[in-house]
Write a protein that binds this ligand. Structure first.
Ligand SMILES: NC(=O)c1ccc[n+]([C@@H]2O[C@H](COP(=O)([O-])OP(=O)(O)OC[C@H]3O[C@@H](n4cnc5c(N)ncnc54)[C@H](OP(=O)(O)O)[C@@H]3O)[C@@H](O)[C@H]2O)c1
Length: 348
């Protein structure tokens, strides 16, 4: 069955990640009558443009999933907890973008380029990783072909859309206030984000790391099937609208040549090497925005660690970090016959 023939619900369609899922479905030519846009009761009845037509938002509740084949959940953990299993009970294949199912051992956590086979053991739900983990594991998966990876130290530069629509509006509003000579007030973040940098993404834990930093460790291990991998992350929010960047230091069991690193990265699906510093060519959030690929550059030998490589990456957090990865999981599940759309279920 062609993916354009299935009924898709986007739960959280008025949000940053859900809105991008709709954009991608439009790019793919998915018919509007095969999409159900869902959000909270607050948005029920609201119209969302979908190309030349409008979708009417319906409230996300159990009954709304009748006739749906695939539901992309992007409405936060509470909504997934309340509705994902109820959707599965009705035969819906759920792809969840939030964090609540990611470390559940009964639910696969998938980046198709890395661990597509894991889709096959799904119990009705497949989870997608944090938007900083996704590009990182793609880079690590490519490079571990050269030598086993022992440790990774990463600092992130995360855009405000990673927090959702309200944070984007806050950055714009605070920027206007500051440029007009006023004093900006923080609402979404604990400090002003305009013209600032916050070494704080998600809540802090007892060991001094934040939950986001732990996600990068735990999710990378699960996706790469490597429980010994060490990832020490410092997650930082920056006043950028879209696309996350990461400065990554990777230590290998044996020495890795920079040219080999460039070669395996360039050959990896979904990765583009942009690396000619002499011509000012390297990834930036602006150049990654709107693109499906993870951009990697500044690839160099690490002078502080014997078998180390250092690199920089930028990746669109709303596309590969969220909506695109979810749609790729759907495509892969269809290709592998890993779920039955309702049209096929009813003919049994
Ligand atoms: N943004 C990213 O880069 C990114 C990346 C990976 C994963 N994610 C995940 O995607 C999810 C959404 O994030 P976001 O950044 O898109 O947030 P957002 O812009 O704040 O959007 C939240 C969406 O959830 C809906 N929602 C809120 N409460 C609801 C309820 N009780 N019932 C139904 N819908 C409800 C909102 O609808 P209303 O407009 O009606 O309130 C809105 O559509 C989160 O789980 C996040 O972890 C986001």
């Amino acid at each position: 069955m062609n993916s354009n023939e299935i009924n898709i619900a986007v739960v959280g369609a008025t949000g940053a990640a859900g809105g991008t899922a709709l954009e991608l479905l439009l790019e793919r030519g998915h018919p509007a009558n095969k999409i159900t846009a869902m959000a909270s009761a607050r948005s029920a009845g609201r119209k969302i443009a979908y190309g030349d037509v409008e979708l009417t938002v319906v409230e996300a509740k159990a009954e709304a999933f009748t006739g749906i084949d695939v539901a992309l959940f992007a409405a936060g953990g509470m909504v997934s907890r309340r509705l994902a299993h109820k959707a599965v009970e009705q035969g819906v294949f759920v792809i969840d973008k939030g964090s609540i199912f990611r470390m559940d051992p009964t639910i696969p956590l998938v980046v198709p380029e890395v661990n597509a086979n894991d889709i096959e053991w799904h119990p009705g739900i497949v989870s997608t990783p944090n938007c900083t983990t996704t590009p990182l594991v793609m880079v690590l998966d490519a490079l571990r072909n050269l030598s086993a990876i022992t440790a990774v130290t990463v600092a992130t530069y995360q855009s405000v859309t990673g927090t959702g629509v309200a944070a984007k509006e806050e950055l714009f509003e605070q920027s206007r206030v500051v440029l007009a000579g006023g004093t900006a007030e923080p609402k979404v973040y604990p400090h002003v984000i305009a013209f600032n940098v916050l070494p704080h993404v998600d809540d802090f834990l007892e060991d001094g790391y934040s939950k986001e930093e732990h996600k990068m460790l735990n999710e990378s291990r699960k996706i790469l099937h490597d429980e010994t991998l060490l990832v020490s992350a410092t997650c930082v929010r920056v006043p950028v609208e879209i696309s996350h960047s990461e400065s990554v230091q990777i230590e290998f069991e044996s020495s890795v040549n920079v040219e080999d690193a460039k070669r395996v990265l360039a050959a990896y699906d979904g990765v583009i090497v942009v690396d000619d510093p002499s011509r000012n060519e390297y990834p930036t959030p602006l150049s990654a925005t709107g693109r499906d690929e993870v951009l990697v550059g500044r690839i160099r030998k690490d002078i502080a660690h014997k078998n180390g490589i250092v690199l920089w990456l930028s990746s669109d957090n709303l596309r590969k970090g969220a909506a695109l990865n979810a749609l790729q999981i759907m495509d892969e599940a269809l290709r592998r016959d890993a779920f039955k759309p309702s049209a096929q279920r009813s003919t049994k």
